[in-house]
Design a protein around this ligand. Structure first.
Ligand code: 13P
Length: 249
């Protein structure tokens, strides 16, 4: 059956020293009392150090972004092969902040996903609607269009993916989707996967919820049958809160 996971997306926060400190605190508080995989997703400059710090633990490290090309004249960019050489296990693709501020398109997101897969890194593919889309009842259409970016993947490749549903209106706003809203969308995503890639791939795919998830609301969200964990922003920057969310399972 599918794995439960809690991933912390640190976004553009923490210096190297602060990130190392936070990771050490997370390791110290993590009592391995449940079978939930922890993933830390720091800024690029911390990846190498945090891979080393976590190497004798069950904690995995992920990247926030990658370029689709293997190498070349792309000043300021990082390739999937560079990430895999560091020991990075997961990679975020299509976070709403990347879609909004860096105009990432479905085409690019498919290419980034394929680049990660070709390096043995597990993509965490993000999707989610804006508030106006939810208010006009377009949220399922939006998420379906975002997932359509992945339609041409083989079932074998899709089976490696994690999906994160992050309603944009809930990110960093303090407003969380209700457990029922999350469940409804997660069930929709699973049905989409089942129709396009088969039921067993859908049943085994971890679908994470993100958007103002914190220790006080994680339990209710994670109790939903199709919510397999969380992609955490703000609360992942505090070791006690991040572990508190993990222990909500
Ligand atoms: P917050 O938990 O800060 O709302 O951020 C969610 C998010 O964007 C994680 O990727």
């Amino acid at each position: 059956m599918r794995k439960n996971r809690v991933a912390g997306n640190w976004k553009m926060n923490k210096s190297l020293q602060e990130g190392e400190e936070l990771t050490k605190n997370i390791i110290a508080l993590n009592d391995n009392s449940n079978d939930v995989e922890l993933i830390i997703i720091p800024p690029f400059v911390q990846l190498s150090s945090l891979v080393k710090l976590t190497q004798n633990t069950d904690i995995k490290i992920g990247s926030q972004n990658n370029h689709e090309a293997k190498s070349g004249a792309y000043t300021g960019e990082i390739s999937a092969s560079m990430l895999s050489a560091l020991g990075v296990s997961y990679g975020l693709v299509g976070h709403s902040e990347r879609r909004t501020y860096f105009n990432e398109t479905n085409e690019q997101l498919l290419a980034k996903t394929k680049a990660l897969l070709s390096e043995g890194i597990i993509p965490i593919f993000c999707c989610g609607e804006h508030l106006n889309e939810r208010n006009s009842n377009q949220h399922f259409v939006t998420v379906e269009n975002q997932l359509n970016a992945l339609k041409e993947l083989t079932a074998e490749d899709f089976a490696k993916l994690i999906i994160a549903y992050e309603p944009v209106w809930a990110i960093g706003t303090g407003e969380t989707a209700s457990a029922e809203q999350a469940q409804e969308m997660h069930a929709f995503i699973r049905k989409y996967i089942s129709s396009n890639f088969g039921k067993s791939i859908a049943d085994n795919c971890s679908v994470l919820y993100g958007g103002s998830c914190k220790p006080s609301n994680a339990k209710e969200l994670f109790a939903m049958p199709d919510v397999d964990g969380g992609l955490i922003g703000g609360a992942s920057l505090v070791a006690e809160d991040f572990i508190g969310i993990k222990n909500s399972f």
